[in-house]
Write a protein that binds this ligand. Structure first.
Ligand SMILES: Cc1ncc(COP(=O)(O)O)c(C=O)c1O
Length: 387
């Protein structure tokens, strides 16, 4: 019997400790982590600098409310924005950041309609769920927000759905939950151009792709993009709950006193962790992520690209999807990898998703690929024998 709502299908063990990129269950089994707690613990576990900073803040003050000034919020906001053209609203999660983005876009534009894309994921609150392109997780919760239309990701004819009456378009640079589908550079840039032509705000959801995951602080920085609104969360405080919505300062008048708010958002503990994370994400750190990504992709291509059972390898940087044939259910692969001491994730379209901590070593990535290869080969052989 359980006292919890059974909203998650959970693996049959509990993770109780971690250090670096290794986590341990209650039986002291060690696992190499290729999940980062779903893209959160990008600097790994028990990071000494982060621990020290948060412990020092614990002894000062945990919470003050947003009714008082915060030089810490100012400091983190200044480090977070890609250019000084943006202002920041701090909240507690990716969903909340997207909720704030939708509200800002609607109020600033004085329009309501939003274009999103199939296979997108933007969160589970009513607004964020309304713009999520996954019918299965919406079942039973309708009616949701009106005025939301869905185009097809990476599809040029879908850009015709953009017209003057839209408030905003919301898009991921790489669709994470939807199957680790990378946006095509030309299409993303055409999307932005079309938004500009029609006076439509562009919201880029960097909740999963941001904070160095692809080798740049934000994935949109790989392209000639200049979003009106950007949302982040997950890796920002390496595990303390936080989210942030950055909007162009030209939109600021729509978010004046009383227009939006939160009790916990921007609290000193999470902000201290975020401040330290941002100090660690230097250009040198990001360059190391790029180098590791090159190595990772070299071995992914070499070992897995032509392997029977693998239909595609997708993503960018340290955000990778290994799409499997339907005869090899991804959940079975994940369970077999547990036995080999490796933690991985799934995404839609029978995809094995890898989001390793950014501090992982090249040799650990190569070792993980070997284990993944063994499991896929074993699963393919087993499928052939049972046919
Ligand atoms: C792209 C994207 N947006 C929004 C969210 C929602 O974030 P949270 O779970 O922090 O509310 C997620 C979570 O997976 C995400 O991947």
């Amino acid at each position: 019997m359980t006292t919890l709502f059974q909203t998650y299908k959970q693996h049959p063990f509990e993770l109780i400790e971690g250090t670096g990129v290794t986590v341990y269950d209650q039986q002291a089994n060690a696992y190499l982590d290729l999940t980062s707690g779903i893209g959160v613990c990008n600097l790994g576990y028990n990071h000494p600098t982060l621990n020290q900073a948060v412990q020092a803040q614990l002894g000062k003050i945990w919470h003050t409310s947003n009714l008082y000034q915060s030089s810490l919020q100012e400091e983190v906001a200044t480090k977070l924005v890609p250019t000084p053209d943006y202002a920041v609203f701090f909240c507690n999660s990716g969903t909340e950041a997207n909720e704030a983005a939708l509200k800002l876009a609607r109020k600033a534009s004085q329009k309501t309609a939003v274009l999103s894309f199939t296979h997108s994921f933007h969160g589970r609150t009513t607004g964020a769920l309304s713009v999520t392109g996954n019918e299965q997780i919406k079942e039973g919760f309708g009616p949701l927000l009106e005025d939301v239309v869905f185009g097809v990701y990476n599809d040029y004819p879908s850009l015709d759905l953009i017209h003057d009456e839209l408030a905003a378009v919301i898009v991921e640079i790489i669709q994470g939950e939807g199957g680790v589908i990378a946006g095509d550079a030309d299409w993303l840039e055409a999307l932005q151009d079309t938004c500009c032509e029609h006076g439509v705000l562009l919201i880029v959801d960097e909740v999963q792709t941001g904070m160095g995951r692809t080798g740049k602080q934000y994935a949109f920085e790989h392209y000639a993009l200049d979003p009106d609104i950007i949302t982040v969360a997950k890796g920002l405080a390496n595990g303390l709950p936080i989210g942030a919505m950055m909007g162009k300062k030209k939109l600021s008048s729509a978010f004046g006193p009383g227009s939006h708010g939160t009790t916990f958002g921007g609290n000193p503990l999470a902000l201290t962790a975020a401040n330290t994370v941002l100090d660690i994400l230097t250009p040198t750190f990001l360059e190391a992520v790029v180098q590791k990504s090159h190595l990772f992709w070299y071995y992914l291509e070499k070992e897995l690209r032509d392997l029977p059972g693998v239909t595609a390898i997708t993503g960018k940087g340290l955000m990778v999807g290994i799409q499997l044939e339907d005869s090899i259910p991804v959940q079975e692969v994940i369970a077999k990898l547990h036995q080999k001491g490796i933690l991985t994730l799934s995404a839609q379209q029978n995809t094995l998703r890898l989001l390793p901590p950014l501090v992982i070593k090249g040799a650990q990535l190569i070792e993980a690929i070997q284990h993944i290869k063994e499991v896929i080969v074993y699963s393919t052989v087993k499928t052939e024998v049972s046919v």
